[in-house]
Design a protein around this ligand. Structure first.
Ligand code: MG
Length: 405
């Protein structure tokens, strides 16, 4: 038997990772992975939005010599906490510099929403492999990101648990996307899976923030409750695996044990399973194509007894239909769906609109948009994104003023 250290040096060299969005839920899990397999993973750069104390703690723990704080007004405070030997960058520029630093092999993008798009493209430009946790990037500009990665010959490994599962299932020797008959994304169904449709309009923020199986950031937890998270994941899968939308299915699996499945044309289905802990997909992205022993809990099937599946309630939760429509329409429409959803979720989190309004705002914003096909250009996508945000904000205001009268 080899000990961990020997095992790692035998099969893989230590990967040097930059984490953009290190103080969020995924970033925190990534540091757990780094503590668990220190022989295989070294954190060389960290970036956070504004959480100075958490970033300083992480810097001390990892020994990272270069870090970034997006909010430049926090630089001095951060410098006092980490001392003079750490290089502190700020703003967008800081993210680009970290994404391209010589000392890194891989960049983990775990910034909330679409703010990670340009840093991701910068990392690809500098030939860094990417671990992508921010699905919004691929929803918005999947074609551009995938094309850029292919051109530079860098690997892009999804950290989203479903897509990481599919990525693992596809490590078999099938030779072309035509041999895949279906990607089957599993969904927990969220906290309102069994609620009557009429009751959904009364959902409170507190109720929506309680996810039954996964512990995650706020935005994604709301997205899981509306099923927009699964809708975004359908579009994300479309780009990551180059499979048309009609081959992407969703099945509700409240236990979150099977993280997703691939069905091949011969009818065989591969599934990836584990307990629901984001450390599994993060570690796989770091150690790919190798497997490394860790301290994560193993599954006890006898204790589990059974695995349970059911169809999603598309009538009560229209997010899946809207996402299928956006993904099939393609062009700028997925960016519009994503932007409208971000605005609507933010409004819901500030108690300005109701839970079911989120679907209405996304639907109305999509209806108002005429899709453009950007042919590899980022500008039309960014423009559609900005217009959709304005449109969605206006619809939020209309809803608010109707309610207050
Ligand atoms: Mg997911």
């Amino acid at each position: 038997m080899f000990d961990n250290q020997a095992e790692c040096s035998l099969v893989m060299r230590k990967r040097r990772i930059v984490i953009l969005g290190s103080t969020g839920s995924i970033g925190t899990s990534a540091l757990k992975v780094a503590r668990d397999i220190p022989e295989c993973m070294e954190v060389v750069g960290l970036a956070a939005n504004s959480s100075v104390e958490a970033l300083a703690r992480q810097t001390r723990e990892t020994g990272a010599k270069r870090i970034a704080i997006f909010d430049s007004s926090k630089k001095r405070e951060l410098a006092e906490l980490v001392g003079p030997h750490v290089d502190i960058l700020t703003g967008e520029e800081g993210l680009y510099t970290l994404a391209q630093m010589d000392e890194a092999d891989m960049v983990l993008i775990s910034i909330i929403g679409t703010a990670g798009l340009r840093p991701a493209l910068a990392a690809i430009q500098a030939n860094k492999d990417l671990a992508i946790a921010s699905k919004e990037i691929l929803v918005m500009a999947g074609e551009i990101v995938m094309t850029a990665a292919a051109r530079q010959g860098v690997k892009l490994i999804p950290v989203d648990s479903e897509h990481n599962a599919i990525y693992q299932c596809l490590q078999t020797n099938h030779r072309s996307p035509e041999q895949i008959s279906r990607l089957i994304l599993t969904a927990s169904g969220g906290p309102f899976r069994t609620w009557p449709q009429e009751a959904l309009a009364q959902v409170t923020l507190e109720q929506a923030l309680k996810h039954p199986t996964w512990s995650m950031g706020k935005k994604i937890t709301i997205d899981s409750a509306t099923l927009f998270n699964k809708g975004l994941e359908m579009i994300e899968a479309r780009w990551l695996f180059d499979v048309p939308m009609e081959k992407i299915d969703v099945v509700v699996h409240p236990q979150s044990i099977v993280h997703s499945m691939v069905e091949f044309v011969d009818g065989s289905i591969m599934a990836q399973m584990s307990t629901s802990d984001m450390c599994f997909p993060i570690q796989y992205a770091v150690t790919w194509p190798d497997r490394v022993a860790n301290s994560l809990p193993s599954l006890n099937f006898a204790q589990l007894g059974s695995l349970y599946f059911e169809a999603p309630r598309e009538e009560a939760f229209p997010a899946l239909r809207l996402a299928r429509l956006a993904g099939t329409t393609a062009g700028t429409m997925p960016a519009v769906l994503n932007a409208a959803n971000e605005i609507a979720v933010d409004a819901f989190m500030h108690n300005r609109i109701g839970f079911t309004d989120i679907w209405d705002i996304v639907r109305q914003t999509m209806e108002a948009h005429t899709p453009v096909y950007p042919q590899g250009q980022l500008a039309p996508i960014l423009q559609a994104d900005a217009q959709a945000r304005d449109q969605a904000r206006q619809i939020c205001c209309q809803i608010q003023s109707t309610r207050s009268h």
